[in-house]
Design a protein around this ligand. Structure first.
Ligand SMILES: Cc1cc2nc3c(=O)[nH]c(=O)nc-3n(C[C@H](O)[C@H](O)[C@H](O)COP(=O)(O)OP(=O)(O)OC[C@H]3O[C@@H](n4cnc5c(N)ncnc54)[C@H](O)[C@@H]3O)c2cc1C
Length: 397
């Protein structure tokens, strides 16, 4: 049986579901979503889950436009109003510390720390109120080019030949590899060790980040007073942290964070994630577009990954609506190129900036440490440059 859907989205992560919600609101489009994994379930009594994301104001505005932000806020979020970034060679209150406050950008907060599953859950519930079809536990058998479109066959033998196939299937995208789109890869030789910690001092709704020579350690505020710790370090140290006793881990992370929040006590699950940055050489071919981590994966130190992905979903939907209004076919290459042109530059800029930052800080060189300190002081005093950079990171520019 061949069933034709106008748009088939592979991947029901945060970005695929945001794209599905945006597109399914247009009655000219029929949207189907398939995901190989289980349907994510969230219950308010569940403990804060391991994976959280810093959601920038640009993304909360997009989620509001989809109609899910209020539900997300009512479930569980933690606003952060301040951000402090400092180097192991200095200290959190030193003159070279990068320090930002929401008030200086006339914002009530710089962003929110939100569990990924809370966002997915809200997007899924919203999508269930549309005509979109959503299939979890669904394996794709093959994706083949057929003229200027793709034919997708599921393991159930069901076939699709959509006008547009959207690859939202994450950094190891099967869609991308079937379309033979190469990626440029940056190996960080780092793993992110992630857990929740109870700090001895109030987190002060501040996102803290200290750069040590192996990589940065971030402490992100959670609603219940704990912090989510993302420690990017060597794979060996991350694996060692997974196996440490609570006391050993407490000592290690308190030391690495320079005890900025006093003693940190582990209180939550642990996980470690290999870190690689990559950028697809193309986001589109005729009949296909990539969004989110399928198109670009970025080091988590600046909390930008899903924020860039939401911006992709938004731009792709805008492009499709504009072209439909003109009577164009949504899968045609010149149409999709407009989306690609709009997103590649911004994503590349952020990838290069974050990669450069990670390299600059991940070194023991004393002369580089001095240079960094001078650079951070200069950045603090740079006025419009500093404001522009922060507004880009917040997704409001
Ligand atoms: C430690 C860590 C901390 C981070 N912190 C932040 C942060 O603070 N802020 C931020 O913006 N970003 C952050 N990120 C990045 C962010 O998590 C990712 O950018 C985001 O999850 C990507 O979403 P996505 O929907 O594109 O892909 P994914 O979340 O990878 O979702 C892909 C979906 O596709 C499905 N799938 C995969 N293969 C197939 C297949 N063959 N067939 C069908 N379905 C398939 C999967 O089941 C999954 O549901 C962090 C990342 C890490 C590792």
């Amino acid at each position: 049986m061949t069933s034709n859907a106008n748009i088939l989205i592979v991947g029901a992560g945060m970005v695929g579901l945001a794209a599905a919600n945006l597109l399914a609101r247009d009655e000219r489009l029929t949207v189907t979503v398939v995901d190989a994994g289980k349907r994510p379930e969230f219950a308010i009594d569940d403990d804060v889950s391991l994976r959280v994301s810093a959601i920038a104001p640009g993304s909360s505005t997009l989620l509001s436009s989809i109609g899910v932000w209020q539900q997300i806020v009512e479930k569980r979020v933690c606003p952060y109003t301040n951000m402090k970034v400092w180097d192991a060679a200095g200290h959190a209150d030193g003159p070279e510390t990068l320090s930002f406050e929401a008030a200086e950008f006339a914002l009530p907060q710089l962003g929110f720390i939100v569990e990924n599953i809370v966002i997915q859950d809200a997007l899924l519930h919203q999508l269930e109120h549309t005509d979109a079809a959503i299939h979890f536990d669904t394996q794709i058998d093959s994706i083949r080019r057929d003229g200027d479109r793709y034919e997708i066959e599921l393991q159930s033998a069901r076939k699709f030949r959509p006008d547009l196939l959207i690859g939202a299937d994450g950094a190891k995208s099967f869609v991308r590899s079937c379309a033979e789109i190469p990626v440029r890869l940056w190996q960080h030789r780092q793993k992110a060790f992630v857990t929740h910690l109870r700090p001895g001092l109030n987190h002060g709704n501040t996102a803290w980040q200290r750069f040590v020579s192996d990589g940065p350690v971030g402490l992100l505020p959670l609603q219940d007073g704990r912090v989510s710790c993302v420690w990017s370090t060597t794979p060996a140290k991350a694996d060692e942290a997974l196996a440490m006793s609570a006391q050993q881990l407490s000592n290690r992370l308190t030391d690495i964070s320079d005890a900025v929040l006093d003693r940190l006590t582990p209180e939550g699950p642990r996980g470690a994630f290999a870190l690689e940055s990559q950028h697809a050489e193309r986001y589109v071919t005729a009949g296909l577009a990539l969004v989110g981590d399928a198109a670009h994966a970025i080091h988590p130190l600046a909390g930008q990954g899903v924020n860039l992905g939401f911006a992709d979903a938004s731009k792709l939907a805008q492009t499709i609506f504009a072209e439909l209004d003109r009577g164009e076919s949504v899968g045609d290459l010149p149409v999709l190129r407009k989306y690609e042109r709009a997103r590649t530059g911004a994503n590349q800029l952020m990838l290069s900036f974050v990669d450069g930052l990670n390299r600059l800080f991940s070194t023991d060189s004393a002369s580089l440490a001095q240079l960094r300190g001078a650079g951070m002081c200069a950045f603090n005093k740079s006025g419009p440059v500093r404001n522009h950079a922060v507004q880009v990171a917040l997704g409001i520019r």
